[in-house]
Design a binder for this molecule. Structure first.
Ligand code: DX5
Ligand code: ZN
Length: 227
């Protein structure tokens, strides 16, 4: 008899920030083979956050590894509006921008992301209130609640951020909004259950997927906590 895995209450979106950059293509194949369909791409500009990663040319190369994976780009950059079209062309399906980088033009930026054929998301840092993005809840596909300060993998989850996840979930149910709630930062086998119980639908995990044991074992350990 074929053993089926228990249904998970949330999905895991591996962040390749913690992958081995010398073999990114292979690492993406590994997470797909382990059952993940989302790939989280952390785009950092060394201005909005004190770290620098990669841009559209690398994403477009990674697209060749899998035509089916859902590329979820998290833009931690100033002036994200300048990168909308390049990331659409590179093959991204969801583009998330930070509220803190679009204080005066978030509505326009979200519309621009959609008109480039992508889903749109908005993210808030741990100290940014949910109220800043509440007016956009009917427009977005994804709300990314940072559970660490953006910039680096391997940090510990800030427990107070879970209140924002609970509150966002409550508002979504009350108002019948459709956006998915994504949590990002410090998610591992010890914290994943709590994050899902708080109301998250998508868990971004970097170091918990790529460090320690094999990618497949790490993903199974995460899924066992949320199934
Ligand atoms: C941090 C990034 C995260 C990061 C998470 O700014 O947005 O996606 O990769 O890493 P871990 O899972 O190690 O906290
Ligand atoms: Zn991220």
């Amino acid at each position: 008899m074929v053993k089926t895995k228990p249904k998970s209450k949330a999905i895991i979106a591996p962040s390749i920030l913690s992958a081995d950059f010398s073999k990114l293509g292979l690492q993406i194949r590994e997470v797909i083979r382990a059952g993940c369909s989302w790939i989280h791409l952390d785009i950092m500009d060394n201005h909005f956050v004190p770290n620098l990663t990669f841009g559209p040319p690398i994403v477009s190369t990674l697209r060749k590894v899998s035509t089916k994976a859902f590329f979820d780009a998290h833009l931690m950059v100033e002036h994200p509006e300048t990168l909308i079209e390049p990331f659409a062309v590179a093959g991204v399906q969801n583009l998330t921008v930070h509220q803190e980088t679009c204080v005066d033009n978030l509505a326009v930026v979200l519309r621009e992301i959609r008109s480039n054929g992508m889903q749109c998301g908005v993210s808030i840092k741990p100290d940014t209130s949910l109220e800043t993005v509440r007016p956009f809840f009917a427009e977005i596909d994804l709300l990314l609640i940072m559970t660490v300060e953006p910039g680096f993998g391997g940090q510990s989850l800030i427990p107070s951020c879970l209140n924002k996840i609970r509150e966002a979930r409550k508002i979504r149910e009350e108002k019948h909004h459709k956006f998915k709630i994504q949590a990002d930062g410090g998610i591992n086998a010890s914290t994943a259950g709590l994050v899902v119980a708080s109301g998250a639908d998508i868990l971004v995990a970097g170091s918990a997927v790529f460090n320690g044991k094999s990618v497949a074992e790490n993903i199974d350990a995460l899924l066992s906590q949320i199934s």
